[in-house]
Design a protein around this ligand. Structure first.
Ligand SMILES: [Zn+2]
Ligand SMILES: [Zn+2]
Length: 388
């Protein structure tokens, strides 16, 4: 089959590789019908994530048609169309039983690698390095889905791939970021970073009862997309972000502040973090500019929610401000499995049309160009969908 493989820094290829096989009774094999390039794939592309090996198949956002199931998979049959969460979860461990599937204890077969850094390992992910499980991704014609009796959700008839593909990651990720803010209705939510996750956070904030949303970014196209959803926008490079937010909130500050930027925008490398952990130093690793601003702009007793990825130590983290204002912090990888039915219903009932985020479409064989384009002009590209 054809698959997008990692070949080293700034190098991917569309290669011919062996078809995946059922390895365990709970596996299924999908014929992929749509897959996306994610912002976090660029960290692999840029060589920032350790434990990648030449030939690793990329892609954690994909959907497709079931072509084969293992003996223990009774909920799926050949021909079912399914969408698959980016994180892999067993469904039965301490965390999975609580719906906290991104913390699954059983899916990362290389957990020891992450345990060295964090003490514990989160769930494995498709196509995202050996330290996060070493599972082949879905930027391919076929993919093996472990724990297929737990992850994949059947797509109702009549719904297109474009409508449901973002349930794999960015829609639930934006939604959980807002859900974590525990809105009661009528709040002002401020969102830093208007990439794909930020765009879904903005729309989810309205779905969950926010009265107004303030979107902060420095890319004109992204701010325009935020305005189309009804957000008031502020240019992140504006030195008066704090003052502007106060003027929009009667001087009180935003009720909830969401950091969809994370360390990612600053190109901080995970391997550097590993090195620093090894050296047992306590130097800063991540550059939390957006997070600092989010903390400053949050009203007293408000919530700061962080879907943006952080990996190491934070320098000049305004913990005094956070304590003084009595802030609540929520963060972490998305429990995609938990949100699928609810978000599917939002799409089916017309409360959101996720296709707004698609800016580019290509065939899988053009993936090399897709990665180059995304990497060189992030501003123009919000979401790339690939069709095998
Ligand atoms: Zn993603
Ligand atoms: Zn589990």
């Amino acid at each position: 089959m054809k698959a997008v493989t990692w070949c080293g820094k700034k190098s991917v290829q569309v290669d011919n590789v062996d078809d995946p096989k059922i390895l365990n009774p709970r596996d299924a094999i999908l014929k992929v019908t749509s897959t996306c390039i994610c912002g976090s794939d660029l960290h692999l592309y840029d060589g920032y994530v350790p434990s990648m090996q030449r030939g690793d198949i990329l892609g954690h956002e994909f959907m497709g048609e079931v072509v084969e199931t293992g003996s223990a998979v009774t909920n799926l049959k050949k021909g079912d169309r399914v969408v698959v969460p980016f994180n892999i979860a067993c469904g039965g461990c301490f965390y999975c039983r609580r719906g906290q599937t991104s913390a699954c204890d059983n899916s990362n077969q290389n957990a020891w690698m992450v345990e060295k850094m964090y003490g514990f390992s989160p769930a494995a992910m498709f196509g995202y390095s050996h330290m996060f499980g070493g599972y082949a991704g879905g930027q391919a014609e076929y993919v093996r889905v472990p724990f297929a009796d737990v992850g994949p959700m059947k797509v109702p008839e009549g719904m297109t791939d474009d409508q449901v593909i973002f349930l794999t990651d960015i829609f639930p990720t934006g939604y959980m970021a807002v859900d974590n803010c525990d809105l009661k209705g009528g709040e002002t939510v401020a969102v830093w970073g208007c990439g794909p996750v930020g765009q879904f956070a903005i729309r989810s904030a309205f779905l969950l009862g926010a009265e107004s949303v303030i979107a902060i970014d420095d890319v004109p196209g992204r701010l325009e997309m935020a305005r189309q959803a009804g957000a008031t926008t502020i240019d992140m490079s504006d030195q008066y972000v704090f003052e502007k937010i106060l003027s929009l909130t009667s001087g009180r500050g935003a009720d909830a502040c969401i950091d969809c930027v994370g360390l990612e925008a600053h190109g901080m490398t995970l391997d550097a973090i590993v090195d620093k952990v090894k050296a047992a130093t306590y130097l800063a690793t991540d550059r939390p500019h957006a997070l600092r601003q989010a903390i400053n702009c949050c009203r007293k007793m408000g919530t700061v929610s962080v879907p943006g990825v952080y990996a190491g130590f934070l320098d000049k983290f305004p913990f005094g401000s956070a304590f003084g204002k009595g802030l609540t912090f929520k963060m972490g990888q998305t429990h995609v499995h938990r949100y699928l039915p609810k978000l599917l219903a939002h799409i089916q009932e017309g409360r959101i049309d996720p296709t707004f985020v698609i800016t580019h479409r290509m065939s899988l064989s053009e993936a090399v160009k897709g990665y180059q384009m995304f990497s060189e002009s992030k501003s123009e590209v919000i979401k790339v969908v690939l069709k095998p």
